[in-house]
Write a protein that binds this ligand. Structure first.
Ligand SMILES: [Fe+2]
Ligand SMILES: [Fe+2]
Length: 190
């Protein structure tokens, strides 16, 4: 039976959520556009938000990889470094696309409440992974929103976002597997 995991709020989750909320506000503002119409600045704003979310995930997963839990358990350290590497690939893809569209990628994103993620201790590792799971679900939904906007407007950006969304969906499964593994290793509580 699956355990319910306590998911404390933290700056990382707050920031991921606020980036998605901002994208939703941008998308609401474009409802007057006809399908197929392009707003170049809107496209850049949406991609800058996605870039910010990727940067947060790189920070977060690298920090977990080098945390006590990551250093003491090679599987955890390797798993999170691999995830950070995938997010880094996404960051580069989005940054390159922003340049191709004629703008400058913002690598010190404003509007974040914390500008960094907490990584905590081994004692609350399951809580960290549970936060990551929610963040990945938010990020995946964020990319679905963006794919919905770019489809029919910008095929290159849309294809890129679909590829990234596929990786984010894998990350959701990875977090679920990690949580299940911790549950299996935890002593039975009856
Ligand atoms: Fe990503
Ligand atoms: Fe991810």
């Amino acid at each position: 039976m699956k355990r319910a995991h306590f998911v404390p709020d933290n700056n990382f989750l707050d920031d991921v959520r606020s980036i998605r909320t901002k994208a939703q506000e941008y998308l609401l503002c474009q409802t007057f556009l006809n399908e197929g119409d392009r707003d170049p600045q809107l496209a850049i704003n949406l991609l800058q938000g996605a870039l910010a979310a990727e940067i947060l995930c790189i920070w977060r997963y690298t920090m977990i990889s080098v945390s006590l839990a990551g250093l003491e358990n090679p599987r955890i350290g390797k798993e999170f470094q691999e995830q950070a590497n995938v997010e880094s690939k996404h960051m580069r893809m989005i940054a390159e696309r922003i340049v191709q569209l004629g703008s400058i990628p913002d690598f010190s994103p404003t509007g974040l409440s914390s500008r960094y993620g907490e990584y905590g201790s081994q004692a609350d590792f399951s809580g960290l992974v549970a936060q990551n799971l929610i963040a990945e679900q938010e990020v995946a939904q964020h990319y679905r929103d963006l794919v919905g906007y770019f489809a029919g407007r910008d095929r290159i950006t849309c294809d890129m976002l679909v590829d990234i969304l596929e990786d984010e969906t894998d990350h959701i499964t990875d977090m679920q597997d990690l949580l299940a593994l911790r549950d299996d290793q935890a002593p039975n509580r009856t």
